[in-house]
Design a protein around this ligand. Structure first.
Ligand SMILES: *Cc1c(COP(=O)(O)O)cnc(C)c1O
Length: 316
C-alpha cells in the first residue's frame, strides 16, 4: 500500500477512527467539543503509535529487517504497540527500555509479557547508550535489524499524523482547533503540518507532557516530514502553538491531569491516561477557561490512547 507522496505504508490499524461530539462536556465547559478516537486504532489497546508504525515498519520490511528494536520508558505505549504491530508482520521485537518508571509486570509490561516480547532494561538517561545497546544486540543476533527511535518520532513516523489530519478533513466536519498531547513530537508535528496542507483555518495546539525543547523539535520534524513529501515548506511559529502541561515530571501524574481523566470518565464514559491524554485534556480545559476558543468555534481533542499506563502509573 502507498501513503502520502507514494511512500510505502502498511495497513496495520483500523482507519478512519471515529470522530464524535462530546455533548455533556461541551455543555459543562461551554465550548463545542469533539473527540478523535485514535484510542480505537485497532491493535494492542489502541493509540497513536499505530499510524507511525504503518510507515516505519513498511520501511523496515523494505530493508529486509527480521528484528525490530525500539525504546522508551518502562511503560512506553509506543514500545508495546511496536511489539504488537511487528508481531502481526511475523517480525521479532526486542525492546531496549530505559530503566525508568514501573518495571513490574503491570500495564504495558504485562501486555508485552502476553505477546512474548523480549524486554531488556538499560540503567541510563541517555538514549545514545540505548542505541549503542541495540547495535550490540542486533549484531550478535546475526539477523538484519531495524531501529525505531523513541516514540517513532522521526520524519517518516510523523507522516502518520499528516495522514490523520487529512483523514479528519475527509470526515467532513471543520475544526477551528485541534488539541493533542506532545511527548516525543511526531504526533503534534504531523497534525500541524497536515493542518497546514489539508485543513485551512485549523490551529493545532500541542500539550507538552515532557520537558524536551519542543519549540525546536516541532518545527524541525514538520520541515523534515514536508521534505519527504517533496515540499520545501516554510514553518513559522504561527503554524502551531505549544503549552507546558508536564507538571511534576514526565510520567508522573499531575492534579490537573487526574481531574481531567475523572471529568472525561464521569461525563462521557471514555478513559484517558495520567501520562499523556489526561494532562493534554487538562491543558484543553485551561485553554477553554482562558477564552482561547471563541464562541461558535469547534474544538477537536485527539485521544491518542495510553490505556496501558492507566493500569501502571499511580493516581490519587
Ligand atoms: C506517545 C504518546 C503520545 C505522544 O505522542 P508523540 O508523537 O510521542 O508526541 C500521546 N499519547 C499517548 C497515549 C502516547 O502513547
Amino acid at each position: 500500500m502507498k501513503g502520502l507522496n507514494n511512500i510505502d505504508k502498511l495497513s496495520l490499524g483500523i482507519f478512519p477512527t471515529p470522530v464524535h461530539r462530546l455533548d455533556r462536556l461541551s455543555e459543562k465547559l461551554g465550548i463545542d467539543l469533539w473527540i478523535k478516537r485514535d484510542d480505537l486504532s485497532g491493535l494492542g489497546l489502541g493509540g497513536n503509535k499505530v499510524r507511525k508504525l504503518e510507515y516505519l515498519l513498511a520501511d523496515a520490511q523494505k530493508q529486509g529487517a527480521k528484528l525490530i528494536f525500539t525504546t522508551g520508558g518502562a511503560q512506553s505505549n509506543h514500545a508495546m504497540l511496536t511489539a504488537a504491530c511487528a508481531g502481526r508482520l511475523g517480525m521479532r521485537t526486542i525492546l531496549i527500555l530505559k530503566k525508568r518508571g514501573v518495571t513490574a509486570c503491570r500495564g504495558n509490561q504485562l501486555l508485552e509479557r502476553l505477546m512474548g516480547t523480549e524486554v531488556r532494561f538499560v540503567d541510563t538517561d541517555d538514549y545514545a547508550d540505548i542505541y549503542a545497546e541495540m547495535d550490540r544486540v542486533g549484531q550478535a543476533s546475526g539477523l538484519p535489524y531495524y531501529k525505531i527511535p523513541c516514540g517513532g518520532s522521526n520524519a517518516l513516523g510523523t507522516l502518520g499524523y499528516v495522514d490523520c489530519a487529512r483523514e479528519i478533513g475527509e470526515q467532513g466536519t471543520h475544526f477551528d482547533h485541534i488539541v493533542c498531547a506532545e511527548g516525543s513530537g511526531g504526533t503534534m508535528a504531523g497534525l500541524a503540518l497536515g493542518a497546514k496542507l489539508f485543513l485551512p483555518g485549523t490551529r493545532v495546539h500541542g500539550m507538552m507532557v515532557d520537558t524536551d525543547p519542543f519549540d525546536v523539535i516541532t518545527p524541525r520534524l514538520m520541515k523534515e516530514a514536508a521534505a519527504l513529501l517533496g515540499q520545501d515548506t516554510e514553518i513559522t511559529t504561527s503554524d502551531y502553538s505549544l503549552r507546558d502541561v508536564c507538571g511534576p515530571g514526565y510520567a508522573i501524574a499531575s492534579p490537573e491531569g487526574n481531574a481531567a481523566v475523572r471529568l472525561m470518565a464521569e461525563n462521557e464514559g471514555i478513559f484517558l491516561d495520567p501520562v499523556y491524554t489526561g494532562k493534554a485534556f487538562g491543558g484543553l480545559i485551561a485553554l477553554a477557561k482562558e477564552g482561547a476558543f471563541k464562541p461558535g468555534e469547534r474544538v477537536l481533542f485527539l485521544h491518542s490512547g495510553g490505556a496501558g499506563g492507566l493500569f501502571a502509573v499511580e493516581m490519587q
